[in-house]
Design a protein around this ligand. Structure first.
Ligand code: RM4
Ligand code: NI
Length: 269
């Protein structure tokens, strides 16, 4: 299957367009006469690019060149924002931008995770692109430039590549961004090509705690912040921080900080 730009770009002069996919359903293998950069905003799914499978997770960015072929499968609440552009030589004001894209020297590198700061920045830029109708070329092209520079900047190593330690660090970064979600350690370690045993050993040796206790600490620190600086109820905060049970949350909180969530709320008001 081949997708054509006239079906997605409103005018022949428009070179960039934003296509939110909320959700991105299963989509069969296809190629295009345009290119894509997409940012995963929610959920997970399998992305097969040029025959090679990648597991998508929130915070991941992916580059598709027009000649690539790809498909989405096994999606679970997968949401993404797709930025379509005609080609990197179709711009009026931008030239010489190829080095802001993954280059041939980094063969196969098409997916990476963004840290939170760059992820948020990318979202903001994409929102602006989405709001503009594309008629002001200088404006949309300057936003596009900001986007690709930011995506390069906020880049971690290629998912599932590098040595064991690099892969574990990628996984920890993912956790730092996504700790409020349900975490299935078996699934997560498979996704980052790390064995569960190696991960436990790494955590024990380097952080001195188990993965689960690390996850709880991340959730507690988020809850701590919310209790101090928001007026949400403690029960809501517990749930939003990733705890399924507010009694269990209070127990963990007390043992971490030596005072209860309620104590903290009272002295913050
Ligand atoms: C699809 C999917 C494809 C993209 C088209 C425009 O839902 O995101 O990758 O090429 O939209
Ligand atoms: Ni596509």
């Amino acid at each position: 299957m081949k997708l054509y730009s006239e079906d997605f770009f409103i005018t022949p002069h428009q070179h960039i367009t934003v296509e939110p996919r909320v959700p991105q359903p299963i989509f069969p293998e296809h190629t295009h006469d345009f290119s894509e950069i997409f940012l995963v905003t929610q959920g997970i799914g399998l992305h097969v690019l040029n025959g090679r499978p990648y597991t998508l997770c929130p915070g991941m960015v992916c580059y598709i060149k027009s000649c690539d072929y790809h498909l989405f499968d096994n999606v679970s609440n997968l949401n993404l924002t797709n930025v379509l552009y005609r080609s990197d030589s179709s711009f009026t004001y931008l030239n010489n931008i190829s080095h802001f894209f993954p280059t041939d020297a980094e063969k196969n590198i098409s997916h990476w995770l963004l840290n939170k700061e760059h992820y948020n920045k990318a979202q903001q830029i994409i929102d602006k692109l989405n709001e503009s109708d594309g008629s002001d070329l200088a404006y949309t092209e300057s936003l596009f430039l900001q986007l690709i520079v930011n995506l390069q900047d906020g880049r971690y190593n290629h998912i599932g590549e590098g040595n064991n330690e690099q892969r574990i660090i990628q996984m920890l970064r993912w956790l730092n961004m996504n700790f409020t979600e349900d975490v299935d350690w078996g699934h997560l370690t498979t996704q980052f090509s790390v064995s569960l045993r190696t991960f436990h050993r790494y955590m024990k040796n380097n952080l001195g705690i188990s993965p689960q206790n690390y996850l709880i600490k991340l959730r507690l620190s988020e809850a701590y912040y919310q209790i101090r600086f928001s007026d949400k109820t403690i029960t809501d905060i517990a749930l939003e921080s990733g705890f399924n049970d507010s009694a269990y949350f209070s127990t963990c909180f007390k043992s971490e900080y030596n005072f209860t969530p309620r104590d903290l709320r009272h002295c913050s008001n």
